[in-house]
Design a protein around this ligand. Structure first.
Ligand SMILES: C[S@@+](CC[C@H](N)C(=O)[O-])C[C@H]1O[C@@H](n2cnc3c(N)ncnc32)[C@H](O)[C@@H]1O
Length: 425
């Protein structure tokens, strides 16, 4: 894989405006200053002031006096990112460098480790991380035993990745280079990209602070994603959870991952690593549960509301596997277009959250309020699916004096706007 560090794989091809270039150069200069012994001292002071709850103005005044104006601002900025990163990165956070953007783009390290292990299981030992940002994937791949070529167009990202692998003692296995993933994938041959037998691609899906919903506008764009999956079979691409199933190439496994009931990532696995058609990975209370289907299981059948309502985990819904869960529970959909299931029994498995159904009525605010009063319900949590109501507003409108609580689910049942009053206690 050539010399360590700044080997120029492909000359930076995407034009960056002058101001952005100057800003990047200044950020790189500041990061380098923070890596000197004086910079480390400034970072330590900034962290101490932050941990002591000192407000920004007072902290910056003290820092300027103690470590100089040049180091004060950057040290404070990094200390703040580290404080934010602790919840996700644990003990590593205080050794890593992030800018606000790269921390926002960083995946969860435990999921990056899981991806790295699966990608390398077939024996690949060198991986191109195409768009390394602050290096979360690079670090996970190196820790899993790979030699990693970490590529990014952005000099700040390269600086951060180089500093972060150094800080974690992984620099001997990582080469950080400037390169354009579009060109590298174009040039991929013989199942390899940039001389590596495996690849991770995590396109930037935000621009100007906004989410880019159109995969053709990601950076690199969808054409590079599709080309990588075709040309480099041992590859994994992180995509937006809302990706249309139609886009998933034949022979590519799509996986949706949720943690604590929220979708956190969606992945496309190259043909050499694909093991199934779709996979829902649900992480609950630290335990990982996986549901797979080798072919489209089709939709679940609809049926009347019964004693229990089941809300499938978003990873199950997005992966198109609701009907597998329905079959397991003996459940039906409340409506062919709504992902709520209903059955006669509770589900203690990981795939759904369950509610005992106490009342079912056509959606009508006055009647709903009267029913809740009659049952002594004073506070409700409102959930909705397939309805335009605003849950917080409806919860306020339904508030009463009673001491009981309930969950009110507003949805469509066989096409009709319906309220399900659940778990009255
Ligand atoms: C979503 S971030 C990657 C995050 C990283 N995987 C992590 O978990 O920390 C995408 C990165 O790709 C880089 N990028 C975007 N387009 C690129 C291209 N054409 N070639 C190389 N890097 C690119 C961006 O600069 C950014 O750092």
């Amino acid at each position: 894989m050539g010399d360590r560090r700044e080997r120029e794989v492909v000359r930076q091809a995407v034009p960056v405006d002058r101001q952005t270039e100057d800003q990047a150069a200044e950020t790189v200069r500041q990061l380098r200053a923070l890596m000197t012994p004086e910079g480390a001292g400034a970072l330590g002071r900034a962290a101490a002031l932050l941990d002591a709850g000192t407000d920004a103005v007072a902290a910056l005044t003290r820092l300027r006096a103690e470590v100089g104006a040049d180091l004060a601002g950057p040290a404070w900025g990094i200390a703040r990112q580290r404080q934010k990163a602790r919840a996700t990165f644990g003990a590593d956070a205080d050794r890593l460098l992030f800018t606000g953007d790269t921390l926002e783009q960083a995946g969860r390290p435990e999921l990056a480790a899981r991806r790295a292990t699966r990608l390398l299981a077939g024996g690949a030992d060198s991986v191109a991380d195409l768009g390394c940002a602050a290096g979360t994937d690079t670090i996970a791949l190196a820790r899993a035993g790979a030699r990693v070529l970490a590529v990014d167009l952005d000099p700040v990202a390269r600086e951060l990745t180089a500093a972060n692998v150094e800080a974690l003692g992984l620099a001997d296995d990582v080469w950080v280079v400037a390169g354009d993933a579009v060109e590298l994938v174009d040039a991929a041959r013989g199942g390899e990209v940039a001389g590596c037998g495996a690849a991770v691609l995590d396109p930037a899906r935000r621009a100007g602070g906004k989410r880019q919903l159109d995969p053709d506008r990601w950076s690199p764009p969808w054409s590079t994603v599709a080309a990588l999956l075709e040309k480099v079979p041992t590859s994994v691409v992180k995509v937006a959870p809302g990706l249309d199933h139609e886009r998933v190439p034949v022979g590519v496994e799509a996986e949706w991952v949720s943690v604590g009931g929220s979708i956190v990532e969606a992945l496309l696995w190259g043909p050499a690593v694909s093991a199934t058609w779709r996979r829902a990975t649900v992480v609950r209370a630290g335990e990982v549960h996986e549901l797979t289907a080798d072919a489209d299981p089709g939709p679940a059948a609809p049926g009347p509301v019964r004693g229990w309502l089941h809300e499938p985990d978003p990873a199950v819904i997005r992966s198109g596997l609701v009907s597998l869960v329905a079959a397991d529970l003996g459940a039906t959909l409340v409506d062919p277009t709504i992902a709520y299931l209903t059955s006669d029994r509770p589900d203690d498995g990981p795939w759904t959250a369950g509610y005992r159904v106490d009342e079912v009525l056509p959606f009508n605010l006055k009647k709903l309020r009267a029913l809740l009063r009659a049952r002594g319900v004073g506070r409700v949590v409102v959930k909705k699916r397939g309805s335009a109501i605003e849950p917080e507003t409806l919860a306020r409108q339904l508030r009463g004096d009673g001491s009981a609580t309930a969950t009110v689910v507003v949805t469509r049942v066989a096409g009709a706007p319906t309220a399900l009053v659940c778990d009255v206690t």
